[in-house]
Design a protein around this ligand. Sequence first.
Ligand code: URA
Length: 261
Amino acid sequence: MRLQKFMAQAGIASRRASERLIAEGRVAVNGRTITAPGTRIDPERDRVTVHGELLRAKRRLYLALNKPPGVLCTRHDPGRRPTVLSLLPAAWTGLYPVGRLDRDTEGLLLLTNDGEFCLRLTHPRYGVPKTYHAAVQGRVDPSLLPALVRGVRQGRDHLKAERARLLRATHSHSLVELDLREGKYHEVRRLLAALGLTVTALRRTRIGPIRLGELPPGKWRVLTPREVDALRRLEIPARPSPAGAAPAHGAGRRRSSSRAS
Ligand code: URA
């Protein structure tokens, strides 16, 4: 691992600022001052000191939480309403939600203290597929499903599902399953409302390869290394580029990670 990356992960400074500390001769590896940019270290074995102080690699955490309705997806609420962090051990102050769920939406939310992982998963370019179960008032006619996939325009947004299925339909209520990739503000509620449907409850059941499963509301679990790896290796979907234009940096199919709504 590059020295500046290790320093950033240990929380000493950003990568850029760490590079400056290295260039200024303030960093030593195993007692030897290092000034060369890009020096590689073994985080398990090498002793990195800054101003003589030993850096410890921060333990990186990746959690799946079943967010109950009424809980805010924020780290701190000035109104002292319950936040997702209040559902976690008090010592885990460095965690933040990967993307957001509305206050009234429940279900799967990922949290991490790995800033780079979070940025990649929430970057608009990546579009991780997510599944939602929307309970709506009244009987939904199956003939409405193609309209959910065609989508609707709202201002600059094109709201659309990648896939829509009717899981249940009685005269009083229906349950619609939707897969979306975009992660736009209130996208499921806005899409359904635009087609005349009233959402009574919304639950996210899947983010890419991670499923909510039997996790009870308000409970969390640590993602397995295999799950974290699977999220890291999500493929970036190809984006159409304007005719004749070179693809944007990083566009096209390749292995990497994505984003949550
Ligand atoms: N779409 C919504 O409308 N709300 C959410 O919380 C997530 C997706």
